[in-house]
Ligand binder design. Structure first.
Ligand code: NDP
Length: 240
């Protein structure tokens, strides 16, 4: 049977492109998001991808959500931890809520969701996990100390989980996208966005497909020797 993939935040932006790329490569895909909306409805009706609704910052909701999927479709074999938010502010003006909302959603979700699938993967000796980090977790970004901390944390999490599970044929990798054309980036002020694009050597924002094609490769059985790595997809904007 086709591999079962779970893509958090898979109803729009990068997550949607990832979900579609996995579907097109023959996976059975489930997408998640926070709340019902037009994007989620389209995902189900137009793309034929079922959507589950829960908050990735809430451990118990993740436990119940993954249990529902397991009961209906079986154990998750491919996990893409993609859901994420921003709540930008200069650190000296950042509220506690801005700090913890971003940490809980972007980093806490790594524990909350991955913990629900890892035991099945270990038992069945197969798994592909791809965690979506960010260029700003690699290089830092003024106004994003919360986001950069979470996205950098994902890289340490990825390497440690990769080491723990390599012998079980479970690979764990991180993808660090640069600025891509999604709602998250559309929220950036136009003049700021213009200066960001000017700093991207390929001269454009990334398309969701640019990220999705790499994630689909990492999620493939054929990528079994690739683990613990971080892949930059940023048009040359930052070369580590
Ligand atoms: P979008 O804002 O377009 O979509 C975010 C998705 O995540 C939505 O499906 C949203 O659900 C879901 N989501 C957010 N918070 C939660 C939550 N608490 N629980 C469940 N689902 C949640 O984001 P992008 O596609 O732009 O970004 C996707 C990932 O890529 C993020 O982790 C982001 O940090 C990262 N990234 C994006 C870059 C970019 O340029 N776009 C650059 C670098 C990294 P809902 O629709 O219900 O809100």
């Amino acid at each position: 049977m086709e591999r079962l993939a779970l893509v958090t935040g898979g109803t729009r932006g990068l997550g949607k492109a990832i979900a579609l790329a996995l579907r097109d490569r023959g996976c059975r895909v489930v997408a998640t998001c926070r709340g019902e909306g037009l994007e989620a409805q389209r995902m189900e009706e137009e793309c034929g991808i079922p959507v589950e609704y829960w908050d990735v910052a809430d451990f118990e909701a993740c436990r119940a959500g993954v249990a529902r999927i397991r009961e209906r479709l079986g154990p998750v074999e491919i996990l893409v931890n993609n859901a994420g938010i921003t709540a930008d502010a200069a650190f000296h003006k950042m509220s506690e809520a801005q700090w913890w909302d971003v940490l809980r959603t972007n980093l806490g979700s790594m524990y909350n969701v991955t913990r629900q699938v890892i035991e099945d993967m270990r038992e069945r000796r197969y798994g592909r996990i791809v965690n979506i980090s960010s260029i700003n977790g690699r290089k830092g970004q003024a106004g994003q100390s919360n986001y950069a901390a979470a996205k950098a944390g994902i890289l340490g999490f990825t390497r440690s989980l990769a080491l723990e599970n390599a012998s079980r044929n479970i690979t764990v990798n991180a993808v660090a996208p640069g600025y891509c054309d999604t709602a998250m980036v559309a929220a950036v002020r136009p003049d700021v966005l213009q200066s960001i694009v000017a700093g991207i050597p390929v001269g454009r924002l990334g398309e969701p497909g640019d990220v999705a094609r790499l994630v689909a490769f990492l999620a493939d059985e054929a990528a079994g020797f690739v683990t613990g790595a971080t892949f930059d997809v940023n048009g040359g904007q930052y070369m580590a």
